[in-house]
Design a binder for this molecule. Structure first.
Ligand code: SDX
Length: 392
């Protein structure tokens, strides 16, 4: 404590805001959205209903949900000029790079909802973001494989519409598998919000400057991309592929414990959960079920199960309370749904948009919010005189 402020690297002991959206008890492994346990929402709700809940604080009545879904559906299209924007990217650009840039560009397309002090503007921006995110995400994928973009089919519901935009080709009309749609909807529910994680805190920090909603959410997307955060789902799959077979698991655990080795068990550990991440529990159960129902036999699932078993009985992981997190099993499900590895973090971003925008709105609805401005402990040189170039 400097007397003026507290040194707290990584913000492990600092609450940056009050919030009424999401509650986590990291010791008990509890996660509530607006008071509702994640297990109940996973079983009974839908992603769009959860998005409404996060934004409005209450579950929607039938007519409220119908109106919300109607509004979302009305805004699913991407501006035709935004399509041209994609043409500037190299064909093998990472989809997260394209997603961040395309979402930031929305503030160049929609000028009518940028007054952050107007509740109606904020609401419209929220609807637009939730509605357009799957359209833009699918465009990122199709651009990367050289396929023409698909228009959103507004007679479908949110997740099926996204799967259509991803996978439909003109010659073979896509047969949507209800198991796939249900699985993706469930993953979206589980990823929708998680209080002041790095990307949400980023959205709030950018939002605190008065930046427009698209700029704020684009910043969240770039924060999510890192492998310590949402990028972990992609990293987990690459790690499982690298491990390859169950007999290589012990070696991986040894490497993860070695402080001279940069290798970490991706999908393990969490700043807040010192117990099972309740989302990981749900996803693990669901992985077995979904793969079974889709008739997919993925040898990586066996590697993941063995890795979890080995880590959970290893002193290093037990002492540090390192458990599988939300990203550990999600990739195996995405893979079973034919979603390419590089799109995994994009999936996370689609879902988290609901949480980001709910936090951004809450921030603007809170009277007396002020700019986020952390302090530092200066460890550089004391004052000294400028030295001319020929004297250095
Ligand atoms: C998400 O914050 C959120 O809510 C995020 C999220 C959300 O929904 O928004 O839940 C989503 O980002 C999940 C996390 C995805 N990331 C990974 O799976 C990457 C691997 N995990 C680690 O990088 C790490 O555990 C973090 C980033 C998740 C948490 O970092 P912390 O809180 O700073 O923990 P730490 O680095 O202080 O770790 C404590 C100890 C250290 O050892 P010691 O120095 O005490 O000896 O545990 C070790 C760490 O080295 N450790 C690991 C490890 N994670 C932590 N050792 C091996 N493998 C790991 N995965």
């Amino acid at each position: 404590d400097t007397g003026h402020f507290t040194f707290d690297p990584g913000f492990g002991a600092t609450a940056s805001t009050k919030s009424a959206i999401t509650y986590i008890d990291g010791d008990q492994g509890v996660l509530l959205y607006r008071g509702y346990p994640i297990e109940q929402l996973a079983e009974k709700s839908s992603f769009l209903e959860v998005a409404y809940l996060l934004l409005h604080g209450e579950l929607p009545k039938k007519d409220e949900f119908a109106a919300f879904e109607h509004q979302i559906t009305h805004h699913t299209m991407m501006h035709e000029s935004l399509k041209n924007f994609f043409q500037g990217f190299h064909h093998d650009a990472h989809p997260m790079a394209m997603l961040a840039a395309a979402v930031a560009s929305l503030s160049a397309f929609y000028h009518d909802d940028l007054n952050v002090d107007d509740p109606e503007d904020r609401k419209l921006a929220a609807i637009r973001l939730i509605a357009k995110m799957p359209t833009i995400a699918a465009a990122c994928y199709r651009y990367s494989i050289g396929w023409p973009f698909r228009y959103p089919r507004n007679n479908l519901e949110y997740v099926s519409r996204f799967l259509h935009m991803m996978f439909e080709v003109p010659s073979e009309p896509l047969q949507l598998n209800p198991v796939a749609a249900k699985a993706l909807d469930l993953l979206f529910i589980l990823h929708a919000d998680h209080e002041q994680n790095a990307s949400t805190s980023t959205v709030r920090l950018v939002g605190s400057t008065g930046a427009n909603p698209y700029a704020s959410i684009a910043a969240g997307i770039t924060a999510l991309w890192g492998p310590a955060h949402g990028g972990a789902n992609e990293a987990v799959l690459k790690m499982l592929e690298e491990i390859g077979t169950p007999d290589q698991v012990e070696k991986a655990v040894l490497r993860a414990k070695d402080k001279n080795d940069n290798f970490r068990l991706m999908g393990f550990g969490h700043r807040v959960y010192k117990n099972f991440d309740p989302r990981a529990k749900i996803i693990r159960e669901m992985t077995h079920k979904v793969l079974g129902e889709l008739g997919v036999n993925d040898p990586l699932l066996e590697v993941a199960v063995k890795l979890e078993e080995a880590a959970l009985k290893d002193d290093y992981f037990v002492e540090r309370k390192l458990y599988p997190n939300v990203d550990f099993y999600s990739g195996i499900i995405y893979k079973a749904l034919n979603i390419p590895t590089e799109m995994f973090t994009v999936m996370f971003a689609i879902a988290r948009t609901a949480g980001w925008i709910a936090h951004w709105i809450e921030q603007h609805e809170t009277p007396g919010s002020r700019i986020g401005r952390p302090r530092q402990l200066y460890v550089g040189s004391g004052v000294r005189d400028y030295v001319p170039a020929d004297k250095r």
